[in-house]
Write a protein that binds this ligand. Sequence first.
Ligand code: SAM
Ligand code: ZN
Ligand code: ZN
Ligand code: ZN
Ligand code: ZN
Ligand code: ZN
Ligand code: ZN
Length: 513
Amino acid sequence: MAAPGDAPCSGEAEPSAGGRGSSGVEVVLLSDPAVPAPLCPHGPTLLFVKVSQGKEEARRFYACSACRDRKDCNFFQWEDEKPSGARLTARESRNQRGRPPLSRMQCVERYLRFIQLPLTQRKFCQSCQRLLLPDDWGEHREHQLVGDVSVSQLRRPSQLLYPLENKKTNAQYLFADRTCQFLVGLVSTLGFRRVLCVGTPRLHELIGLTASGDKKSTLKSLLLDIDFRYSQFYMEDSFCHYNMFNHHFFDGKPALEVCRAFLQEDKGEGVIMVTDPPFGGLVEPLAVTFKKLIGMWKEGQSQDDSHQEMPIFWIFPYFFEARICQFFPSFCMLDYQVDYDNHALYKHGKTGRKQSPVRIFTNIPPNKIPLPTEEGYRFCPLCQRYVSLENQHCEHCNSCTSKDGRKWKHCFLCKKCVKPSWIHCSFCNRCAVAHHSCDGPKDGCFICGERDHKRSSCPNISTLRKASKAVRKQKQRKSNKMKMETTEGQSMNHPSVTGRRKRRERAHQYLCS
Ligand SMILES: C[S@@+](CC[C@H](N)C(=O)[O-])C[C@H]1O[C@@H](n2cnc3c(N)ncnc32)[C@H](O)[C@@H]1O
Ligand SMILES: [Zn+2]
Ligand SMILES: [Zn+2]
Ligand SMILES: [Zn+2]
Ligand SMILES: [Zn+2]
Ligand SMILES: [Zn+2]
Ligand SMILES: [Zn+2]
């Protein structure tokens, strides 16, 4: 999304945007359905409004739904603007150019030819992130190639492709094995037979691997993802190029029908949707999209089942609990900590923060979801759900209250449990971190989101510095190793922003989102 503020760099670009509500830009959900939104290469744009000090500015604007960095997509149009014919033509040709180089059918044909090749002729170009057919070799002679691509490598594309870590658009953080195995085990134990994987390529591939290894397993999955590179590895019925911020199928009706058929098979019985959106994404458009997918599933239901809800796992950081439950009141948050392989903080191990803030939100009753006791989770009979070992049942709140996995303490003045490091401040009349400024910023600290201190006194700053350093090092190593190209033209960095803003974005990425 681009928004008021940044300098324009080309055709559509004008004002600039930040991310979520904190930047003062909000998405307008109730836009007039009779007025179709203009299109960018990522499908229909969204209508945004700038909010300053709680007040909406009168002039609203359209910007890209998927890209929060204008370098990735700089579409901009005021709501009341009538673009000239020349501008519309330029836009149309930009949208055409933004399309993937190959159609979905071409990808399938290439894949079928590729798997027929003898092992010695199966090459993958790391520089272009493409599977090569013999006719392509000449063009890629100087590139970094992987040879002898085996069937098992083809079945694990997330290991062959490198993750698009562009924070603002893809934020492609891949599940650690522990988490991925847990999710596959869980959906099978719960008796599901089909998994709609929305932005979960690694889960999709693990389901495929499990299904092929175990003939009895009937678990199927369909991946919807904006990362077009995945279309090289899957047939039409198991991958759709999709934008989850506007429910846009890049390959039009045939792809939409693939999704519909998947959801409505067996009258919709046995389906679960598992989604892990980029953390910087806006909750509102995601909720709208998920409601559309739920609607599609519901159309396939018989009348007697009309009260049923489509089971969902929405994977997102715990501090979005209130926001998610606002849109989906039947959802609850599980204590399970989701881990990633390529995230400096959200993974187990030396460089990772042990306590990942990412959780699973679901409409499946939590007493039906066993969490692994060998990893320290235990069942609380009073709450009727599995909780982290440290999350103790508070007799005053009558609940296991910790959100972040640490032991929380009860404050009798606030009448609720609070983080262990907080103290009750008589001036603010509530619990807060020890060294907060009582007249702290209204909008809170942009590093951790708490309202009781500023950035400079944020207790998370040292974690942030460590993480940023780890990420910088990791990036440097990577960029020395290979120059990355992306299929959507997404960039890895954004030189248009100032150093200060960059730091702020990085901070936000690692601790708030
Ligand atoms: C946080 S990662 C989740 C990956 C997941 N943990 C896994 O290992 O399977 C976000 C995923 O959403 C995809 N994604 C990002 N923006 C998207 C969009 N606008 N529409 C659909 N998918 C998107 C990324 O390509 C990536 O696969
Ligand atoms: Zn766009
Ligand atoms: Zn190449
Ligand atoms: Zn409890
Ligand atoms: Zn309590
Ligand atoms: Zn208190
Ligand atoms: Zn205070």
